[in-house]
Design a protein around this ligand. Structure first.
Ligand SMILES: [Zn+2]
Ligand SMILES: [Zn+2]
Length: 395
């Protein structure tokens, strides 16, 4: 007896919230080739070495018989037609693969004592897929910490694209700084920048700000928490901010390739932060320290997202701002011994004064007027030289 004409219905299980399975046809014949396509329907997929996609295909075939000895009660006899499990590691989506259905039915002549009433009832195969990447931490008797990877668990992760860019404000005496990340989240290999907006009315330079980019892994298990910190971008330095600096200075960085995305689960959490530290200046015996942490998010690489609906658009255009200095350079005291206007020599009686408009050094009587210059970032009248005062008056 041949069963080659029997139809096989492909059933796909849609248990997964993140994966969508499609077969190329809705029904097949024994021996046919089945093409399966699996796509991610989540906004982003994790990029871990432990990402496993487990696809299982299970087929049963059943026949309905009427036992010649016991009519008229029909009997259903089911047998496993085939069973197949495939594991895919670090697979891009959409994932397509094909396999051949067995060409012969599991039924043999052993049922020949039955009388076949329905030729074949077939309800053949189910396909299900899941991705899994649970990682557990545990301590063995030797005192070492081990990571155990488990399958079949889907972890939901946070998606922070909507959050505004993190920023931080710092103000002490005559020094104001705002530090902004250009985006709330980044993809691996993406370029980004930190923007330092500084309005300083301090008559000396800051120390050199240092910035480091850190990854923090927080593991929770059995009421214990283990925090692992790792520097993933080597420490970068910004030039010191000169006296009376007013402007915006970017610090460019590139997210390394292959970083796991930030996510939050009961098991562990990955956080990314920019640590910025500097001694701002030393004035009146007090050292003002600026220390801050700006948290950011790394998202899964776009190539893992396939045709996801929620996939944000990424452009390759990266137009970092260049530094914009909005106030003239503050002339150094020792660069001149005489007033730039009247030529008087500086000494114990004739002191140096800086014009807040041109930044140059003058004597007290040549630099005596006060003007409010909002375009230079001042919020109260500041000292200007006679030349600058004339220019301001004539405008
Ligand atoms: Zn003078
Ligand atoms: Zn001036």
């Amino acid at each position: 007896m041949t069963y080659s004409r029997c139809g096989i219905v492909a059933l796909t299980e849609r248990k997964s919230r993140f994966l969508e399975i499609q077969t190329d046809r809705t029904s097949y014949l024994l021996g046919d080739v089945v093409l399966v396509t699996i796509n991610a329907k989540m906004d982003h997929m994790p990029k871990y070495e432990s990402v496993v996609l487990l696809v299982s295909c299970v087929g049963t075939i059943s026949r309905t018989f009427t036992d010649a000895k016991m009519p008229p009660n029909p009997k259903v006899l089911s047998k496993t037609y085939f069973e197949m499990k495939n594991e895919f590691m670090n697979q891009n989506f959409p994932l397509s693969y094909s396999f051949s259905l067995p060409g012969t039915s599991p039924f043999t002549g052993e049922e020949s004592s039955f009388v076949l009433t329905n030729p074949i009832i077939s309800q053949i195969f189910k396909i299900s897929a899941m991705h899994s990447y649970r990682i557990d931490l545990f301590v063995k008797q030797d005192g070492k910490i081990y990571l155990a990877e488990q399958k079949d668990i889907v972890v939901r992760r946070t998606f922070q694209q909507i959050q505004p860019s993190p920023s931080w404000n710092f103000e002490i005496d005559n020094f104001k700084i705002k530090i902004v990340l250009d985006k709330p989240s980044y993809y691996p290999q993406e370029n980004g920048f930190l923007l330092f907006e500084v309005n300083s009315k301090v008559q000396r330079s800051t120390s050199i700000p240092k910035v480091s980019f850190n990854q923090t892994l927080i593991f929770n298990f059995d009421d214990q928490q283990i925090v692992v910190k790792k520097q993933i971008i080597p420490q970068m330095s910004l030039p010191a901010f000169q006296p009376y600096y007013y402007g915006k200075r970017p610090l460019l960085f590139k997210i390394p390739e292959g970083l796991p995305p930030s996510h939050s689960t009961p098991l562990f959490k990955v956080e990314y932060s920019f640590d910025i530290s500097t001694d701002l200046f030393y004035e009146g015996g007090a050292q003002n320290q600026l220390k801050l942490v700006l948290k950011s998010t790394i998202l899964a690489p776009p190539n893992l997202c396939g045709a996801c609906v929620f996939m944000p658009l990424i452009t390759n255009d990266f137009n970092p701002p260049s530094e914009s200095i909005l106030r003239p350079f503050w002339q150094e005291d020792k660069s001149t011994d005489t007033c730039g206007i009247c030529g008087a020599s500086f000494g114990l009686i004739t002191r140096r004064h800086h014009c807040r408009r041109c930044g140059k050094v003058f004597c007290g009587s040549c630099c005596v007027d006060s003007v409010l210059m909002k375009d230079l970032g001042f919020d109260r009248p500041e000292r200007v030289c006679k030349s600058c005062f004339k220019l301001i008056q004539s405008n």
